[in-house]
Write a new protein. Sequence first.
Length: 568
Amino acid sequence: MPSASPHPESTPSRPREPVVLLADGSRMRGRVETELRKRYGADYQVIVTGSVEEAVEVLVQLRGGRDQVSLVLADQQLRGATGTELLARVRQLHPAARRVLLITWGDQASMEAVVAATVPGDLDAYLVKPGSPPDERFHRVISEQLGEWARSNLTGFEVVRVVGEPWAARSHELRELLERNGVPFGFYPDRGPEGQRLLAEAGVAGNTLPAVAMFDGRVLPDPSNAEIAQALGVPTKPGGGRYDVTVIGAGPVGLAAAVYGASEGLCTVVLEPEAFGGQAGTSSLIRNYLGFPSGISGADLAVRAYTQARSFGARYVYGSPARGLRPEGPELVVSVADGSQVRSRAVVVAIGMAYRRLGIPALDALTGAGVFYGAAAAEARAMKDREVFVVGGANSAGQAAVHLARYAARVTVLVRGRSLADTMSSYLVRELESAPNIAVRYRVAVTGGAGQGRLERLTLTDLDSGAAETVDTAALFVLIGAEPHTQWLPGAVLRDQSGFVLTGNDLRNDGQAHQGWPLRRPPMFLESSLPGVFAAGDVRHGSVKRVASAVGEGSIAIHLVHDYLRGN
């Protein structure tokens, strides 16, 4: 899984072993300590305390040093305060640390505390104390939490090393591309000592940045996304042959369609131009997705689904977006940007949406240099001890703010409306309200900004009074509205005035299919006005903008593809 890129301006030396802190004064403390030291002692400093006061003293001492606190486990029945109260303090002292509450079987009072602390985000998980060793259920949760922490805070084996200008837009694009596709990488500023060494060893000139050094010694000067994919062994050409179904887009919809299509015997190909996981892949933590009580990052969910579909035989083609679609006899032909074509009997359009641009020239010029569209997970660590702003009022904006708050000194969420209640899940609203370094400002819009080579200032305007103010900032993350990627579709695929694809009942008037529908049967649910072409997820008119519903539509689309193929 991916490792986060270091701070864009420097590559820190590797810290000492990260800390796992146990706060437990119960009779079972010895068993918990033994399990932690035995399984994790070689890679982590295991520190044991018996009270809230002692734990806080240690956490304060660690805050000023080079030690990173990776995980804090707290028994609910502590001396001085409850475990959940301690974990709330941990959130303030070491916001990047994972927080787990320890309970015992049948402790109903602690379970009530779990619910009360989970909703505002004071704890990441709860865990029953270990039984007879080896208690793999206990260690599975610990390993998951350490894995989540390491993904954003440790630099391990780097499959790819990128050397570039820290605040160049293309450098940001590459960091985000590698992060979202789950490729472990490191970023090295071109003027830093390690960046200079890598450039000298590769014989790469400074005017061909960014340069990408591969794990096998190859160096790619200023490569395209497709060239990087090819170097990593990812197919970028569809090849010949005829498929049963072409899935366009590898977000949750497309990945679900790939899993169900391939597992049910359909010859399935998936075209993805940018990053697996789509918009959902940028989410730092999805906490309300069924089956993941501790939450799961969008990137992790995408990689799991990608691997699952591949194991069933789905073929992926990366890097070239679809540019055209036409029927040709019994086949549907998809043209891609590199000039090749993909032929199949059915098509599932699952291309999702892009965040809407602010349309402010001064900020457009700083895109990737402090102005980011989407959660930009690869940039989170670079925001350490800085003040940042997030624009948006939906779940994606809330998730981005919570993740950024683990690193930034302060996160301000800017919302045009008067409330978040109608646009954001209540658990996220409560989490924003409870975070000590997150503020929400209502009825405010970004109207300008400036900076020398990178964003330094924003102009904010009060939508009620019209008053403007200038604020200093290190970054602006924009997650507003959405625009569907449907410009390339033919006129035969009807869309609404915003570009979303019309399907099923939306193609009927008074119970009758629209005038251009060529078949005697009516359009199926999710079927577009071009028979055999289905649209699912965010790109579809009237869809529910949730990951779970997207996955559901992907599976339903394959069921409808089966029905379509049987009738043709």
